[in-house]
Design a protein around this ligand. Sequence first.
Ligand SMILES: [Zn+2]
Ligand SMILES: [Zn+2]
Length: 420
Amino acid sequence: MNRLVLLFCAVLLHGASPERDARIAAAAAAMKPKLVEARRDFHMHPELSNREARTGKIVAERLRALGFDSVQAGIAGHGVVGILKGKSPGPVVAWRSDMDALPINETMDIPYKSQSPGAKHACGHDGHMAVALGTAELLSQMRDQIRGTVKFIFQPAEEGPPAGEEGGAPLMIKQGVLENPKVQAIFGLHMSMGGRAGTAGYTSGPSQASSDTYQILLKGKRSHGANPHEGIDAIAMAAQCYQGLQLIRSRRIDAQQPMVLTIGKISGGDRHNVLAQEVRMDGTLRTFSEKTREEVRTMMKQTLANCSGMLGGTYELNFIGLGNPPVVNDPPLVAKAVPSLERILGKSNVTAGPPAMVSEDFSYYQLHIPGFFWWLGIANPERGITGGLHTADMDMDEDALVSGVKAASSLLLDYLDQQR
Ligand SMILES: [Zn+2]
Ligand SMILES: [Zn+2]
């Protein structure tokens, strides 16, 4: 009886405590069947970027059923924002989940196989939503512990809106998700095959690369292949430009600055004995700082002007869409948050790692406020769960959903506690 009273008093008191951690762990574990059900429902009904109508409807319904103070749907397309106020006033912290699936055919024979041919949750966003909804439910039962407000942001089109459409994090921000009430810091996670269920990984500072898609058009002039001096050979330009562009990496950017400039596709020319009039090159540019990103864009123009000009041709360089800035985790925020992750998941289960060359539009929120975006392990080699993100055989160890809810709930509550 005495122990029960003590436990009750500890829970009533604000702030992280072993009792609160135990309460969160027990609630998250008890929630597992519900988390699995939510994740599998999303998995069976994947919706592509900016087409998340069913997904958004379910998310909004679930948040409303939890008695949130406000739930706003239809933001930036099918995005949803839910506001959960604590019993005591304080700052506002946000949790972000993405919602969209990829145009990849599900090949695995699983009971929760995608019911939409040509679409699959192959980036784990089904799991991200299950974790966010689970955290929303858990915290809605712990308002006494929330010293401020938690804003849940469900964002469409993380994988990029279809050509000609706006969407994703930039549009969410444009439509005011970081305002009313103003968000002070933002957290989010991404599933990772780099660790087993129950583990987490993170990087302080630059964590994921910027990502730009570009298209280069090299323009020359046709002539008979026997008389190249009468034309301007776009293929010869392409050969020079390819080499020249790689010199940006090796000779012009500080070797300490990670950067990748890839050309993944080259097409051009008409036939074997005609000088090519036009060559198109498609590629991706990755960096870890906005400064390097800008410098490389400028150097690409200089290089292309020269390598096309030396043969008498011209060029066009087009960047497609906005591209993602690098994900840069705020070091002071990370320093405060990592002890929470270690406490909840176990110190040996939380690992600092190197930055990754992949990209995420979570970075847009970090241009405005401090943010922390970390990796949640989902691998289970014994059960054959090893398929990488963006592949047809990607799956997840659903025990990770429980870890995600525990960790997210604690990160959010601890952050608000720390602002006192
Ligand atoms: Zn993805
Ligand atoms: Zn993703």
